[in-house]
Write a protein that binds this ligand. Structure first.
Ligand code: PEP
Ligand code: MG
Length: 589
């Protein structure tokens, strides 16, 4: 008799953070070296010199590797070149190298050990900050140092550029530079022990269209190379060694996902028009100029939010006028006659540049940030405005100021733009005459005075990420209060309603550019609220367009009418989900 237990196969399911959507099935390719495999031994005084020399040579070789990757990349892949450039700079960082040299001499330990220790303590410091940007820099440091250590130990890595069969890459972490080399035809998904949604790996996986799951904690200990694995990147689920039924189920899911994707792309050329004929402008949010290719691919009507601060963060110093000018010009020229809304520097809070880093404010989110910083650091602000106004000749520029809290700030910023315009014209530099200038509504006081602000602005754009944070009084990056981050809070819905009404009364359009705009569940409510434009990540746009094309303004207004009577976000949430399910089934959400 066959014991029943022997025929039951245990299917192991792991849950991580969804980082890039899509379904993949493949054999595991475990790609990892144990971080403990670093040797540790004592040096004598006379060995120190040769040990320092070994470090120098390993740095040179690591820089050579990066150069080779750069040469293999497409010239237009500007972000990827910039990333590699940053890693090369990090390899030669004098502060980091001096620290390692000093420790070798003082502690008389071998270089790979010292390097590992130095990196660990730097990474620990960065990881301890509340700042997601700094946290992400730790993966860049790990990336550069692992490359040096590989050379010191003569450690050869499997090449990820040429993989024989379809695999799912399973790794503790992956260097961002290695992500750039991935054989994208064969590597069907990437899953990792560590990482967050905004890590470089996640960002690159999304831009390559590869499903990815991060933060799986110890997936590398739960699989071996060659085992079959199924991945649902959208749900953050990994099935190790799936049985036949599960495999069949995942194949079916994959077909559905691919079908849905291609159907969504089928509507690329169709307008975002409701069934009763209202056209909604759908635009894309970008952080880097190279993202405009994807914006054009999905046929967005423009860029609704270019977060210009990423240019500054990428440079790790204040970006100069010329480099800003060429980035703005590039985006404007690529987008041609489609409008591009460039937001002026929105630093502070969770986005630091060197000028703010040293401030150590008790409440940075309520502190010296965005327009407050710019109106004080007028040299930085003027430089940005000069670059923007000069670039205005090359496309349809719109300028937008972040974190405006009241009319004084907006008027001050407008006056500064006028001054810079006069200055440029005085120098004989041409500036376009009709650049629309607007502001972001992200602070409750701006929402409450949106009637006054609308008298002076050419447009408003609602930044719900911050407006929710400031109106419900919860830090948007703090997981302890994440459950309170509720876009459907009646307080927020009422506020958006009021902003739209005020803007329309003054004859100006309103956009919404927070993450809420890319969530299908919220689309009918945003339509009912009367938004003229929604700007979101390029990948969300086709799905949002599909929803818009399936509903009428009349029915969304009816939905909104019902919602405005409700008392709690739970009630609104349940009601809206049901509403969506009736129209789109579960896949509508
Ligand atoms: C927002 O606050 O909604 C917004 C779009 O700006 P950011 O996410 O860059 O703060
Ligand atoms: Mg914001």
């Amino acid at each position: 008799m066959v014991c029943p237990w022997s025929i039951i196969k245990v299917v192991k399911t792991l849950k991580g953070i969804p980082a890039s959507p899509g379904i993949a099935i493949g054999k595991v390719l475990l790609y990892n070296e144990s971080p403990t495999a670093i040797p540790r031994f004592h040096l004598s005084e006379e060995d120190v010199k040769s040990e320092v020399e070994r470090l120098k040579q390993a740095v040179e070789r690591a820089a050579g590797d990066i150069q080779l990757i750069k040469e293999s990349l497409d010239k237009d892949a500007k972000d990827q070149h910039a990333l590699l450039e940053a890693h090369t700079l990090m390899l030669y960082d004098p502060c980091f190298n001096e620290m390692a040299h000093e420790r070798i001499g003082k502690e008389l330990k071998n270089v790979e050990w010292v390097l590992q220790e130095t990196v660990n303590s730097l990474v620990e410091q960065l990881e301890a900050t509340q700042d997601s940007y700094l946290k992400e820099r730790s993966s860049d440091i790990l990336d550069s140092s692992r490359r040096i250590i590989d050379h010191l130990l003569n450690r050869k890595r499997i090449s990820l550029g040429k993989v024989e069969e379809e695999v799912v890459l399973v790794t503790h972490n992956i260097l961002a530079t290695e992500m750039l080399q991935l054989d994208r035809r064969k590597i069907r998904a990437v899953i990792m022990d560590v990482g967050g949604k905004t890590s470089h790996t996640a960002i690159l996986a999304r831009s390559f269209g590869i499903p990815a799951i991060v933060g799986l904690k110890n997936v590398t200990e739960q699989v071996v190379t060659g085992k079959t694995i199924a991945v649902d990147g959208g749900e953050g689920i990994v099935i190790v060694d799936p049985d036949d039924d599960t495999l069949e189920n995942y194949r079916h899911k994959r077909t559905l996902f691919e079908k849905k994707e291609s159907q969504l792309y089928n509507i690329t050329d169709l307008p975002a028009e409701t069934t009763d004929g209202k056209l909604i402008r759908l635009k894309a949010n970008i952080e880097f100029p190279a993202e405009t290719d994807q914006v054009l691919n999905i046929n967005a009507e423009g860029v609704g939010l270019f977060r210009s601060e990423f240019l500054f963060m990428n440079h790790n110093e204040t970006a100069d006028e010329e480099s800003q000018y060429s980035s703005y010009r590039e985006v404007l020229e690529t987008m041609g006659d489609r409008p591009v809304t460039i937001r002026t520097l929105d630093v502070g809070g969770d986005k630091l540049i060197s000028e703010i880093e040293s401030q150590h404010e008790a409440n940075p989110l309520l502190g010296w940030r965005a327009i407050r910083f710019c109106l004080e650091k007028t040299q930085i602000f003027r430089t940005q405005i000069r670059a923007l106004l000069r670039a205005s000749q090359h496309g349809r520029l719109q300028i937008m100021f972040p974190m405006i809290s009241g009319i004084e700030e907006f008027e001050e910023a407008l006056a500064l733009v006028d001054e810079v315009r006069e200055e440029l014209l005085g120098e004989g530099v041409p500036v376009k005459g009709d650049i629309p200038i607007g502001l972001m509504i992200e602070v409750p006081s701006a929402a409450m005075t949106s009637d006054i602000l609308s008298e002076k602005a050419d447009f408003l754009s609602i930044g719900t990420n911050d407006l929710i944070q400031y109106s419900i009084a919860i830090d948007r990056g703090n997981e302890k209060v994440a459950h309170m981050y509720q876009p459907l809070h009646p307080g927020l819905i009422r506020m958006v309603h009021m902003i739209v009404q005020n803007a329309h009364r003054h004859g100006i359009p309103v956009s919404l550019c927070g993450e809420m705009g890319g969530e299908p569940l919220y689309t009918p409510i945003l339509l009912g609220l009367g938004l003229d434009e929604i700007s979101m990540s390029a990948y969300s746009l086709p799905e949002i367009k599909k929803i818009i094309r399936s509903v009428s303004i009349a029915e969304t207004e009816e939905l909104l009418g019902a919602i405005l009577e409700m008392r709690s976000y739970r009630e609104i949430n349940d009601y809206t989900r049901l509403w969506m399910e009736k129209r789109f089934g579960n896949s509508g959400q």
